[in-house]
Design a protein around this ligand. Structure first.
Ligand SMILES: Nc1ncnc2c1ncn2[C@@H]1O[C@H](COP(=O)(O)OP(=O)(O)OP(=O)(O)O)[C@@H](O)[C@H]1O
Ligand SMILES: [Mg+2]
Length: 261
C-alpha cells in the first residue's frame, strides 16, 4: 500500500531577496506517513516545520527531492490534503455554517446540501448551537473547531495542522486534544501536526519526528507505543518526555547559537 505521504530527500532553500540572504531551511528530509497515522513534527523554532507542511500541502515546492501523496508527486494544493494554520482563518463576514460549507459551495453543492452537511459537521465538533453565529462571536477554541469542521467537509485523507492549539489556555487545549483524537479516529485520515509541546506530542502521536536546528534534518523518529488515552503520570510517558526533552534541548541550543551569529 502506498504511504499517504512520502518525503524523499526533501531539501528547501528559500531564495535570497533584497534584504535577506538565502536560507537553507530543510536538508535531505526523509519520512513516510502511513494511512491513518498520527505524526507530530517537533523541532526548534526556524527548523523548517511550517515550510515542510507548505510543501506537503502543495503551496511550496522542494528545491530538491520530492513529496509524494498516495504515490503521486505533489505539485499543487488539493482538497485531499488540507492545512489548518495556527490562526484559524475563518471568513468573518460568513456565519459559522457558511464557513464550514464554503469548500462545498466551490464544488457546486446546493444550498440545502451545504446546510445539511454543515449541521452534521458542527454537531461532530460540538458547535451545533453556533451555526448562525459569526466567527467573532466565538472563543479561540471554538474558532479552531470550526476550522477543523471546514477542513473535514472536504473529506481529506491528510489533515495538517500548524501549531493549532498554541494560542489556547491549558484547559481548552487539553479538551481540543481529546476532540482531535476523536475526529482522527472517526475520519480515518492521516494527521501531521506541528507542536512545540512535548506533552502534546506524546499525548497524540503514533510517531514523533524530531528535527535538528536549521537546516532541519530528521534527528530521530520516536514511536509512541502507549495505549490511548495516555496518562502523563504513567512512568513510560515520563521516560518519553525525558527522551524528547533531551533531543530537543541540544537542538534549541544550536538554534540559539546560530541566531546569535
Ligand atoms: N516565505 C519565506 N521566504 C523566505 N524565507 C522563509 C520563508 N518562510 C520561512 N522562511 C525561513 O525558513 C526557515 C524555516 O522557517 P519555518 O517557518 O519553516 O520554521 P518553523 O520550524 O516553522 O519555525 P517556528 O517553530 O518558529 O514556527 C526560517 O529561517 C525562515 O525565516
Ligand atoms: Mg512554524
Amino acid at each position: 500500500m502506498n504511504a499517504s505521504i512520502a518525503c524523499k530527500n526533501v531539501s528547501k532553500t528559500w531564495p535570497a531577496d533584497r534584504d535577506e540572504d538565502q536560507v537553507e531551511a530543510l536538508r535531505f528530509v526523509n519520512f513516510d506517513v502511513a494511512p491513518g497515522e498520527f505524526i507530530i513534527l517537533l523541532g526548534p523554532s526556524g527548523c523548517g516545520k511550517s515550510t515542510l507542511l507548505y510543501m506537503i500541502a502543495g503551496l511550496e515546492h522542494p528545491t530538491s527531492g520530492s513529496v509524494l501523496a498516495h504515490g503521486t508527486a505533489v505539485d499543487k494544493p488539493d482538497a485531499d490534503r488540507i492545512l489548518i494554520f495556527q490562526e484559524a482563518s475563518l471568513f468573518p463576514w460568513l456565519t459559522v455554517a457558511e464557513n464550514v460549507s464554503f469548500g462545498l459551495s466551490l464544488q457546486g453543492a446546493s444550498k440545502d446540501e451545504r446546510r445539511q452537511k454543515a449541521e452534521e459537521l458542527l454537531q461532530e465538533v460540538g458547535l451545533a448551537a453556533s451555526a448562525d453565529k459569526r466567527p467573532d462571536q466565538l472563543s479561540g477554541g471554538m474558532r479552531q473547531r470550526v476550522a477543523v469542521a471546514r477542513a473535514l467537509a472536504m473529506r481529506p485523507s491528510i489533515l495538517m495542522m500548524d501549531e493549532p492549539f498554541a494560542a489556547l489556555d491549558v484547559q481548552t487545549r487539553s479538551k481540543m486534544q481529546g476532540f482531535l483524537q476523536q475526529i482522527w479516529r472517526e475520519s480515518g485520515a492521516s494527521v501531521v501536526l506541528v507542536t512545540h509541546s512535548i506533552e502534546e506530542a506524546i499525548a497524540l502521536a503514533d510517531r514523533v519526528v524530531v528535527f535538528t536546528a536549521r537546516p532541519g534534518k530528521v534527528k530521530e523518529i520516536v514511536p509512541i507505543d502507549l495505549p490511548r488515552p495516555r496518562n502523563p503520570r504513567d512512568p513510560a510517558f515520563r521516560d518519553l518526555q525525558d527522551h524528547l526533552a533531551d533531543l530537543l534541548a541540544e537542538e534549541v541550543d544550536n538554534a540559539f547559537e546560530q541566531q546569535e551569529l
